[in-house]
Design a binder for this molecule. Structure first.
Ligand code: C2E
Ligand code: MG
Ligand code: MG
Length: 717
């Protein structure tokens, strides 16, 4: 405070007020409290300080008196040697030009630390007009330098991000010009450099976006919300190809709130979009035929319904099911089956108009949705075309296959209000078409609905029938013509369904087959029949064989041979007493596999009979190759054997054929003495029918067996 240099600053302005203004003191207060050092130095080689303010200590770590007149250190010494030259040149140049100067350099403080300072000053002349001193101010700018450095570092870092980012980065004007773009953006849009991009793309709306409305939407979102997130659009690259991008951007605003520019990032999501589209397609289309699948079909029906509601027309849901597809698939292999399905898909697609839709519902089921229908006639015309097209023979690897399909039709609004109801109705109608001989179509009717719900109910009850012991096996004796004795019995299942009475197999076997229940049910019959045959033998009754009917479904099942062996073992029955009946249609359609399965069954020691013989189209060569023991002439031929010469001829031929192949021939459905006589005359080996006995419960069969000593005579003439 008591610096010796006050004197030359300014003369105190003495006034006679009560508290005179001491200007010297005021200035001293100011200079001493400045953050920095005021000084006056000579213009000599070492900048000899004549005066320094109190700030000296804070700035340099030296007390003012240590620096003044170079008492302990000169200011030049304090200046870092490498900066001295620069400082000196800057100052002297300014002085020569009669200007003030400012210069930044580093000093080494008393404590050895180095600080950045900024010095500002002017030259001062002596009484002779010679430049003699400098007066000025030196302040510590370390903090500012650090900030600057940080700033520089930030700029360096951000520009590196900008340059090297894999995301495209842009700044654009609301009008649609580029202010800035990074190399990645140029790359994404197919330009050689950011500059090339900026020059080329002068109208983003029209040049970039595939649908120009997209840019308008972008700008609108920006104005409304100030940001857009994951904004996905299709854009043109420079070469004209189209890609998908996703943008994240924000609006940078002026102080008055108006948009200055947009800035944001762009990523190329083309691959992801393609993948998504692929997934989407996979999820909604059938992989084999490429047709819409079940779930897309429902959408299409929904759309058709909505449209029909608007224009008051009909929608027809046409359910197409190939006839006998399963047989082709099973006997010729899945590959041929797949080829056939492709062929069908193509044929169906070619029969419909562009606004209709063909879908694959699954398996061999296709559904066609016909929109804008006025009446049944139009629908029938299209359906007839479909039937006609499907019934064309199909050539595959030089083989010709005959095809046919069954079609069920339901219409909106009368047959259902939604896709599920319409599909159910069309499905029901399709079953009806199958039942009425295949290769035809059927419209849905209410009666059909009743039949379907009854069927469903039956299937439900069937599921519990085994657990609830509702099945019984009836037996129908088979008589050897030569001896007149009962030589075996056919096991025929009966279902005692509560509330419905005894249900014959024809009413539920097909349901059991479709639901898969035939496997456990068939297994149960097999075990029960073996057990019964064994029990009769053990009771001392004349030993007879038992015949068990096998469903084709059971026959295709892998475990059949084991199941038969297990039933025999469980009952301790000699396999020679068991016969398995297979229907003729099964035998013919899956020849090779059936043959293998038959051989393994034969190896167990059981007999095999072909049931309902004459109704299928057996080829003799198969019959010869298969290990078959008996043919059972279907009862439909026997019925009119004595009145219809054709039937008589067929039965005679079957007997002759069977014998020629070394097989026994059994006639079923023998109801009259006339039947018996005819068959005996023509050498039929065994007979079965109401003439001898209806199928009866085991206990009644036992009675028949006890009387079996005597040859059987007809009871129901
Ligand atoms: P199927 O194997 O041809 O059996 C002969 C059918 O003809 C039996 O009908 C029998 O009652 C009937 N029948 C016997 N004698 C006469 C006759 O003199 N006149 C007439 N009109 N009919 C006669 P059912 O018992 O109703 O069985 C029908 C079909 O159900 C059987 O035909 C067989 O294919 C199937 N079935 C029966 N039980 C089983 C079984 O346990 N498993 C399998 N998978 N199918 C079975
Ligand atoms: Mg049978
Ligand atoms: Mg039969």
């Amino acid at each position: 405070m008591n610096s010796p240099h006050h004197a030359h600053l300014a003369e105190p302005d003495v006034t006679d007020t009560a508290a005179p203004l001491d200007v010297t003191r005021l200035l001293t207060t100011i200079t001493d409290n400045l953050v920095g050092m005021i000084y006056r130095c000579r213009i000599d080689a070492i900048w000899t300080m004549e005066f320094v303010g109190e700030g000296c200590h804070k700035l340099t770590g030296y007390r003012p008196d240590e620096l003044v007149f170079n008492n302990r250190v000169s200011y030049d010494q304090m200046t870092l040697p490498e900066d001295r030259e620069h400082v000196s040149r800057t100052i002297r140049a300014a002085l020569e030009a009669n200007e003030s100067f400012d210069v930044e350099y580093r000093i080494r403080r008393a404590d050895g630390r180095i600080r950045w300072v900024l010095e500002r000053g002017v030259g001062l002349r002596d009484a002779y007009g010679q430049l003699a001193w400098i007066e000025g101010f030196i302040q510590d700018i370390a903090e500012r330098m650090a900030t600057n450095e940080a700033l520089r570092e930030a700029v360096r870092r951000y520009s590196s991000i900008f340059e090297n980012a894999t995301e495209g980065i842009f700044q654009t004007t609301p009008e649609g010009r580029y202010l800035n773009a990074n190399p990645a953006l140029a790359r994404i849009y197919g330009h050689a450099s950011p500059d090339a991009l900026i020059i080329h793309l002068r109208d983003i709306t029209r040049q970039l976006y595939v649908s120009p409305g997209r840019r308008a939407e972008f700008v609108h979102l920006m104005q409304a919300q100030g940001v857009v997130r994951n904004f996905e659009s299709q854009v043109y690259r420079h070469d004209g190809s189209i890609i998908w991008i996703s943008e994240n951007a924000r609006a940078v605003k002026n102080a008055d709130g108006s948009v200055q520019f947009f800035e944001g990032t762009v990523v190329d999501i083309t691959e992801r979009k393609q993948y998504e589209a692929e997934l989407e397609h996979q999820a909604s289309h059938d992989s084999l035929t490429g047709l819409p699948n079940r779930s897309l079909l429902r959408d299409r029906i929904d759309q058709a319904i909505a449209k029909a509601q608007r224009d008051g027309k009909l929608v027809a849901v046409v359910f197409v099911d190939l006839d006998h597809f399963k047989l082709i698939n099973d006997s010729l292999g899945h590959h041929v089956g797949d080829c056939l399905l492709l062929e069908i898909a193509a044929r169906l697609s070619s029969c419909i108009r562009s606004h209709d839709c063909v879908a694959r519902q699954g398996g061999d089921e296709f559904v066609i949705v016909l929109t804008e229908q006025d009446d049944d006639h139009e629908i029938i015309a299209i359906v007839s075309r479909l039937l006609e097209s499907i019934s064309q023979p199909w050539m595959h690897h030089g083989q010709e296959y005959g095809l046919s399909c069954s079609i069920g039709i339901s219409c909106y609004p009368q047959d259902g209000a939604d896709p599920d109801a319409l599909l159910r109705s069309a499905d029901a109608a399709m079953y009806q078409a199958k039942a009425s001989g295949r290769g035809t179509y059927h419209f849905y009717t209410r009666e059909l609905n009743r039949a379907i719900s009854e069927r469903l109910e039956l299937e439900n009850s069937l599921r519990h029938a085994l657990d609830r012991n509702e099945f019984h096996v009836y037996y129908q004796p088979r008589i050897e013509v030569a001896s007149g004795r009962i030589v075996s019995a056919e096991a025929l299942i009966r279902w005692d369904c509560p509330g419905k009475g005894l249900i014959p197999p024809d009413s539920f076997i097909s349901i059991a087959e479709e639901s898969g229940l035939i496997i456990p049910i068939g297994q149960w019959v097999l075990q029960e029949a073996c057990r019964q045959a064994s029990a009769w033998q053990r009771a001392g009754l004349p030993p007879i064989g038992v015949s068990v009917n096998l469903s084709p479904i059971q026959f295709r099942q892998d475990g059949l041979v084991d199941a038969v062996a297990a039933a025999l073992a469980l009952a301790e029955l000699d396999p020679a007493y068991l016969e398995l009946e297979l229907t003729e249609s099964l035998v013919m359609h899956d020849a090779e596999r059936i043959n293998v399965a038959m051989q393994s069954l034969k190896a167990l020691g059981v007999d095999i009979a072909v049931d309902d013989f004459g109704t299928g189209y057996s080829s003799l060569s198969y019959l010869k190759r298969f290990p078959v023991d008996r043919l059972k002439v279907d009862k439909s031929f026997v019925r009119d054997i004595d009145s219809d010469p054709d039937d008589a001829a067929i039965v005679r031929a079957i007997i002759t054929l069977g014998h020629a192949l070394g097989l026994k021939v059994v006639a079923e459905g023998v109801e009259t003495r006339a039947h018996l006589e005819f068959l005996r005359q023509h050498g039929c080996d065994e007979l079965q029918g109401y003439y001898f006995s209806r199928p009866v419960p085991a206990l009644e069969m036992e009675v028949l067996l006890r009387n079996a000593g005597a040859p059987q005579s007809g009871r129901a003439e």
